[in-house]
Design a protein around this ligand. Sequence first.
Ligand SMILES: [Mg+2]
Length: 382
Amino acid sequence: MKITRLTTYRVAPRWMFLKIETDEGIVGWGEPVVEGRARSVEAAVAEIGELLIGQDPARINDHWQTMYRGGFYRGGAVFMSAIAGIDQALWDIKGKALGVPVYQLLGGLVRDRMKTYCWVGGDRPADIIEQIRSRVALGFDTFKMNACEELSLLDSSRAIDAAVAKVAEIRSVFGNSIEFGLDFHGRVGWPMAKTLIRELEPYRPLFIEEPVLAEQAEYYPRLAAHTAIPLAAGERMYSRFEFKNVLHAGGLAIVQPDLSHAGGISECMKIAAMAEAYDVALAPHCPLGPIALASCLHVDFVSWNAMLQEQSIGIHYNADGELLDYVINKDAFDLENGCVRPFTLPGLGVEIDEAHVIERSKRAGDWRNPLWRHRDGSVAEW
Ligand SMILES: [Mg+2]
């Protein structure tokens, strides 16, 4: 079998799908994207994809190394997301060629179902109680929300109080019947992170995500030393080499590699195994589309330390396109008490509605993340 063509489709809400075709008619789908930088990744896929034309798609390990080490300059969000989507599509082809789901090729199931959680509250946390209530009715018991709006390096006690009051209200309404993680979203710097984490501790969030930016990862062990709340990070780390450094330094209880940013299934399997060696849980990041989510789930289904799977159904970003819009076999994503069952179709197990993808790609907009500014006019982290 030989790879004949790579085609990318940018689609709403802010995603990109990749189709890899072969001379035997088997097609694989991947989801290479950086949210807000889809065109940059599209260019990287086109450039890196040249290496694959005429090659045997079965040699995924060799292709991965060629895509990574074959470029003198490597790593980072754009290149690693391009590799990630290509890698997903190659696993899809391999599974379809051999007639088995990808998790079978990765050694087989380690669990019967995978727990997922959903987002509530949006960019600026609001209406959280009502949103949680409606999703509890659907069977969810685990949630994630932004902990705060923009926060400056030295912000006021009022800002801290506002963040803490929202969390206190959730616990007072729902008690221990639900769990929730709090995403600091890189909005909190080291000087405020210490205080905010301390103030949130009585409400026992399941985890705090990106307590400070990955650029300040040296603070993870120092923050962890002062709190019992598990700390999570990883959506802005792109390779086993970056995860090696944070795992070695300690402090994180949960790593959150993104299957569409951190080199794909091949790389995230290695990151998952490395995390297990450190007794660190895996909770893949995934506010993306169906192929990215399926890729996460295949890794979850074979990784003992996979604890929670993020998924984007109903997330605040999906205003003009939803995960299931592009899928023919929608029942593969049926949730039972918030859990997904292993897919049964060969490959990644997602039947992409190609006609719909092509149609939507003709009028895809260019999503950009909001640009926030502090009251003094300086740029704020979003
Ligand atoms: Mg996050």
